[in-house]
Ligand binder design. Structure first.
Ligand SMILES: *Cc1c(COP(=O)(O)O)cnc(C)c1O
Length: 420
């Protein structure tokens, strides 16, 4: 077929099947838009079609990625000596960091996991809160660490891992190689663990501390919200996303590891037919993939478009919009505020107003209102079950969301909840 016709028909055929997730009134899941410079750089990335596996194969891509990685560490307040990887998303960033952790913890016990595998190795235990994101559990599965070695620890009323519980768990089995997972931004509430308090406890017991900061780590870029991540830079590894709050197109995530030797040892590869330039950074030493997209270009472009102040302003603006949306919708007749945003994530619900309504009725009514909002086409929100109750999630990550968008959405929800 003629190429132009293929594309024209593709555009026709997807009609009705493209979600408006790149727009300013999309608040479902945790989904960012695409900054103009990042989107244009992403088109160029496709057109240039470089294989960003190593410097000799795609020199400009290797350099742009190296620059982007250094900028990311700076803007996120992470240690300058940390190694990094640009991967497909936060889940693969977890996998990358966990591979490094697995190497380091077992090497300390005389076990070469890359050579010997996990057969007969000392089991690695993973301590996490019961609010852990499912992508971490998948990374644990893929690396053969086994779901049953994840130990859920209780959280406080704010959803933060309890220091006492962590200490007790670490003491109960002091010789076991241990990974502690901490959260920078819970997916429902944006809650942060107390890094300053918990990381020293974990390190005292020789544990590796990994941080899931898929979107929440970006608070570090804002002077207004930086206090939430105080102490986070003392962890051992971090996973975050470019395609959420930085507004880089899919797919783009970032892994950072302080122990760069372990990072490299767990992933690096050499083959006789590959030529390595000893003076340059080869992506394949740090990434799980071989052939790969030149992911550094869009990240480089996003960071240059925004600059340090622009990233801070984007974070602050999204938080302000999330707060406004959540509190204004939450105070409408027929609505209820469930979680006032700490950062860019809020929760509301729509209880059933009849006097004998049960918990199930409130849940049903909440899901009905979410569906009714979606059917207007004015905005997109997702539902969640949080602490046993249905709620509507409000997540603001897009550079495009404006004050006008917020007003328009609040008005739309007000009209709707008045008429339902
Ligand atoms: C989105 C998210 C992830 C997973 O990120 P992907 O980029 O989809 O792999 C992990 N943790 C949290 C808290 C998230 O919000």
């Amino acid at each position: 077929m003629d190429a132009e016709r293929v594309v024209a028909e593709l555009v026709d055929d997807v009609e009705g099947g493209i979600l408006g997730s790149a727009g300013g009134r999309f608040f479902g899941w945790v989904v960012g838009g695409s900054l103009p410079a990042a989107l244009a750089a992403d088109w160029l990335t496709a057109a240039w079609d470089q294989n960003a596996a190593m410097y000799t194969c795609a020199p400009a891509a290797a350099i742009a990625e190296e620059v982007a990685g250094e900028w990311l560490k700076e803007i996120l307040g992470l240690p300058a000596q940390a190694s990094f990887a640009l991967v497909s998303g936060c889940q693969m960033a977890h996998s990358t960091c966990l591979a490094a952790a697995r190497h380091a913890l077992l090497a300390k016990r005389g076990w070469d996991v890359e050579r010997q595998g996990l057969y007969g190795a000392p089991p690695i235990r993973i301590l996490s809160s019961d609010q852990m994101h499912g992508t971490f559990e998948r990374a644990v599965r893929f690396l053969g660490l086994g779901r049953e070695h994840i130990i859920d620890l209780p959280v406080d009323s704010q959803g933060r891992l309890r220091g006492g519980a962590l200490q007790q768990a670490l003491r109960s089995d002091p010789s076991s190689p241990t990974i502690v997972l901490l959260q920078a931004g819970d997916v429902n509430t944006g809650t942060y663990d107390e890094f300053e308090r918990l990381i020293p406890i974990a390190h005292e017991h020789g544990a590796w501390v990994h941080v899931d900061g898929a979107f929440g780590l970006w608070a570090a870029a804002s002077p207004t919200y930086r206090h939430l991540v105080r102490g986070v830079s003392t962890a051992d590894s971090w996973a975050t996303d470019g395609h959420k709050w930085l507004n880089v197109p899919y797919d783009c995530g970032y892994a950072f590891v302080v122990d760069s030797e372990s990072h490299r040892a767990s992933l690096s590869h050499r083959a006789p037919y590959l030529t390595h330039d000893s003076g340059a950074r080869d992506e394949m030493d740090w990434n799980p993939e071989w052939s790969r997209r030149a992911r550094g270009f869009p990240t480089y472009a996003a960071l240059r478009q925004l600059g340090r102040n622009g990233v801070a302003e984007l974070v602050d603006r999204c938080c302000r919009h999330a707060h406004s949306l959540t509190t204004r919708i939450g105070s409408l007749p027929g609505a209820e505020l469930v979680w006032e945003p700490v950062i860019n994530q809020g929760l509301v619900r729509f209880p059933d107003s009849s006097p004998e309504a049960s918990a199930e009725d409130h849940d049903r009514r909440t899901d009905e209102v979410i569906a009714a909002i979606l059917s207007t086409g004015e905005a997109f929100f997702g539902g969640t079950t949080w602490r046993g109750r249905r709620a509507m999630r409000i997540s603001v990550c897009s550079w495009r969301t404006s004050d006008d968008d917020v007003d328009r959405v609040v008005n739309a929800v007000a009209q709707l909840s008045g008429s339902l």
